[in-house]
Every structure is written in C-alpha cells, then in structure tokens.
Ligand binder design. Structure first.
Ligand SMILES: [Zn+2]
Length: 269
C-alpha cells in the first residue's frame, strides 16, 4: 500500500508517482470551468512502460498532443479554473465510462497495449480508484462548491485530435463536440466560423454520446450546465508557438461568448 494524493491508500501510486489531478487557477473568477481528460501521459511506476516502446508515448494514443500548453495558457488568460488529468489515457481513459471496453484499451489505433491484456478485476479497480475517481471527484466537488457560492459554471472540455486517422486526413482545424446543450455550442460555432482562416467541425471529428464519453455527459449534461467539448488538430499544436496562438484565439472567443451570454441572460448580468 502507498499513499495517494489525498493521503489515503492506493495499490497503484506511491510517493514517487505524481498525483493524478492537476489544477491551475483554482480561485479563478471566470464562469468557464476548463477540464482536460487527456492532458498528461504519466504512467504509474509499478506499471512500467505497459510493454510499449518509448515512441508510442509521443503519439496521440498516450495523450492529447499539444493540449496541455493550450489549457495552461487559456486558464491564465481567462482567469479560469483548470482541472486536468496527469496520467495517460492508456492507463485508464478518463473520458470513457468505466464499463466501456475502451476504458482501459487493449488496442488503440492499431497498437496493441501489452500491459492492458488480461487484467484481473482488482487491477482494473486499482486504476479506477487511483486515477479515474480522484479526477472526477474533484470536478464534482468544484462544480458543487461553485454552485454553493453562486458562481455559474460553463463547462469546456479541451481535447486534441490526430490529423490523420485510419488513413484519412481530417480537414477541420477545430471542432465543437456536444449533444444536449443548445446554448454554448451555437455561440462557439458562430464565432469560430467568423474566423475566416478556420475550417470548423460541427460535431466533427466526433460527436459526444453517453456511451463513448464521460466528462460532458456526467458533469455537464446531467447537471444541466452549459457545456461543449473543443477538439483542436494536433499538427497545429506541435510547438509552443502554435499552442500559444490557439490559447490566445480561444481566450478572445470565449471572452466574447461570456459577454453574449450575459446579454442573453444565460449568465447573471
Ligand atoms: Zn482527448
């Protein structure tokens, strides 16, 4: 047994492992609450390299390439609270329902993950308890605290997507991902489309569903919060300059949306 980030016990993480949840700007005053499920690519030391060569951890199968730089800067520009997951989606995917087969993927984009083969129930449970639960518990706590304090919450879930998938090039620079919220996604689409240099995906390259997603359905939709996912193409985030440009652009657009929401009484004036 080892200590986890909350001082409890964990079968998976010990003192040398980083805590699963990263938070920036927790006293931020923005109505936007930023989450980043695929921010990091840490692996608990006890799991070694999951049987993968080092190069696989550079790829999108391990994390959302480039999104951490965008999330950090956007949190700062907007004065928004960011809650992010430091561990790789290859250990457990924090945007999948735990019962989904892709929660702990045995194959990801045609790469077999040897360390995820034939896991016992206890090993699956250990990953859930040590990594998935603390992250989602923290998002729950923060939304509840904001609600008690009378701070509105608009949930924005940040992701990045691979430019080519299954041999097909994806044309979009950025996409919105949503399902039930009828307020934030149309405003995002309107303002993103006003940027004349962008190809904007409307629920492309993915749409949100209860079966394939967790953060938006559970924390956003089930609580009736305004929400959307944002997916940025990874080749545009390959270096710090690209990440910084996207953070600047999104900060400008989200600030404009906040003003529009106040004018429409979607947020208190
Ligand atoms: Zn992602």
């Amino acid at each position: 047994m080892a200590l986890d980030s909350a001082g409890g016990t964990s079968l998976l993480l010990d003192r040398e492992d980083v805590p699963p949840v990263l938070e920036l700007n927790s006293a931020g005053r923005s109505p936007f609450l930023l989450t980043c499920d695929h921010y990091g690519r840490a692996i608990p030391r006890i799991l070694g390299d999951l049987g993968l060569p080092a190069g696989e951890f550079e790829r999108h199968i391990a994390w959302d390439v480039g999104i951490a730089g965008v999330a950090d800067a956007l949190s700062k520009h907007l004065d928004a609270h960011l809650i992010a997951q430091r561990y790789s989606r290859l250990v457990i995917d924090c945007n999948r329902p735990p019962a989904a087969p892709s929660s702990i993927p045995r194959i990801s984009d045609a790469t077999v993950i040897p360390g995820n083969e034939g896991l016992a129930g206890e090993a699956i449970e250990a990953r859930r308890e040590a990594i998935f639960e603390p992250y989602h518990r923290r998002i729950r706590e923060v939304i509840a605290r904001r609600s008690r304090d009378g701070i509105p919450t608009v949930l924005v879930s940040l992701h990045s997507f691979t430019p080519v998938y299954a041999g097909i090039a994806r044309p979009w620079h950025i996409g919105t991902l949503y399902h039930r919220d009828a307020n934030l996604p149309p405003l995002l689409l309107k303002l993103l489309r006003a940027e004349t240099d962008l190809v904007v995906g409307d629920n492309e390259p993915y749409a949100v569903s209860d079966e394939t997603d967790y953060t938006i359905p559970v924390h956003g939709e089930a609580r009736g919060l305004m929400n959307s996912g944002l997916e940025i193409r990874q080749d545009l985030l390959a270096d710090p300059a690209g990440q910084s440009q996207w953070a600047d652009r999104l900060a400008r657009i989200l600030a404009e949306i906040e003003v529009m929401m106040r004018a429409q009484r979607l947020l208190p004036g």
